[in-house]
Design a protein around this ligand. Structure first.
Ligand SMILES: [Zn+2]
Length: 296
C-alpha cells in the first residue's frame, strides 16, 4: 500500500499548503477516496487543524454526501465515459454560485473512452473557471486525459516523479513497443513486454506511456490536434505533447490500424495497468494485453 501513501502524502501536503488550485488531477487507485478527502478539506471550516477535520458541520455533510456544494459527476453507460452533454451541463452549473460554502467543488470521474468533445467542453471551463470553483478530476491514468486538460491541473499521483530519468527510460521502451506493434511484429512486442514483468512500477509507467501513444494515434484518426483557436491552450498542449507523445510513432500506428483498433489498444493498455495495480500476475497481464492488441 506504499503507492497509496505517496498520493495521500502529496494530497495532504497540497491541502496544508493552503494554496489550492482550481484544478487538481488525481491519478490513483484510491482516487475516489482521495477526491472525497480533498473536497471535504476545501469546505471544512475548522481553523488551525489539518483539514478535513471530519467533525465540523461542513465535513459531516461532505461525509454524508449531502453537501450542496460538492457535486460528483460520473459518465453514463457501461463504461462510465463522459459525454459532451454532461460536460456542458457541468459548465452551466459551475456558473451558479455556491450555497453553503465559499467554494463549489466538482469531483469528475474521468475514464478512458470519454469523448474528446467532452474533454474540449471541460477544457473551456478549466481555462476560465469561476474563482470559487474547484475541479477534481479522478482518473486511473492521466494519460487518458487530453494533454491540454492535463496541463491545466496539479497532478496528485501514486507514481513517482513525472520527469525523472526513469520515466524517460520507460517512455523510450513504450515507443519501441509501439513501433513493433505498428510493424505488426507480435513476437518482438511480446518479448519486450515480458522483460518488464519483474519491474512492476516500470511496467506500469511503460503502459501509461503506451496508452498515451495509442490515444495520440487515435486522435490523429479523429482529426483532433491541439486547438489552434486558443493560442494559450495550444502552447500548453504543445509543451506536454513533447513530454508524453511521439508524433512519428503515432503516425506509424495510425497508418497500420483503424481508429477503433487504436481505441481498443488504448483501453487494453489502461486495463493492463489497472490490473497491475490490483496485483494481477505480470505474465497474465502481458498475455491478455498482447492478445487484445493482435487479435482484436
Ligand atoms: Zn471540518
Amino acid at each position: 500500500m506504499s503507492d497509496f501513501s505517496l498520493a495521500r502524502k502529496r494530497l495532504d501536503l497540497l491541502i496544508s499548503s493552503g494554496r489550492l488550485p482550481n484544478t487538481v488531477i488525481i491519478e490513483s487507485a484510491e482516487g475516489a477516496a482521495l477526491a472525497a478527502r480533498l473536497a471535504s478539506a476545501v469546505v471544512c471550516v475548522q481553523p488551525d487543524v489539518q483539514k478535513p477535520c471530519g467533525s465540523c458541520p461542513q465535513c459531516k455533510k461532505a461525509k454524508a454526501s449531502t453537501h450542496p456544494d460538492i457535486v460528483e459527476i460520473r459518465g453514463s453507460g457501461t463504461t462510465g465515459s463522459l459525454k459532451v452533454e454532461a460536460a456542458r451541463d457541468l459548465r452551466t452549473d459551475a456558473y451558479v454560485q455556491p450555497n453553503d460554502s465559499d467554494r463549489k467543488v466538482y469531483i469528475i470521474h474521468w475514464v478512458q473512452g470519454s469523448t474528446d468533445q467532452a474533454a474540449n467542453a471541460l477544457l473551456k471551463l478549466l481555462e476560465e473557471p469561476p474563482a470559487y470553483a474547484m475541479f477534481i478530476l479522478v482518473c486511473a491514468s492521466a494519460a487518458a486525459l487530453l494533454p491540454t486538460v492535463r496541463s491545466r491541473g496539479v497532478l496528485i499521483s501514486d507514481y513517482a516523479g513525472d520527469t525523472s530519468v526513469q520515466t524517460a527510460k520507460y517512455r523510450k521502451k513504450a515507443v519501441e513497443i509501439a513501433s513493433a506493434i505498428a510493424a505488426g511484429d507480435g513476437y518482438a512486442c511480446l518479448r519486450m513486454l515480458k522483460t518488464l514483468e519483474k519491474d512492476r512500477s516500470g511496467y506500469k509507467e511503460t503502459l501509461s506511456a503506451l496508452c498515451g501513444l495509442f490515444s495520440a494515434a487515435f486522435r490523429l484518426w479523429a482529426g483532433i490536434v491541439p486547438s489552434g483557436s486558443n493560442s494559450k491552450a495550444a502552447a500548453l498542449g504543445k509543451k506536454s505533447d513533447k513530454e508524453f507523445q511521439e508524433p512519428e510513432t503515432a503516425n506509424q500506428l495510425k497508418s497500420k490500424y483503424s481508429a477503433s483498433r487504436l481505441a481498443g489498444m488504448a483501453a487494453a493498455a489502461q486495463t493492463a495497468r489497472d490490473s497491475l495495480d490490483r496485483n494481477a500476475s505480470g505474465s497474465l497481464t502481458t498475455l491478455l494485453l498482447a492478445e487484445t492488441i493482435f487479435n482484436a
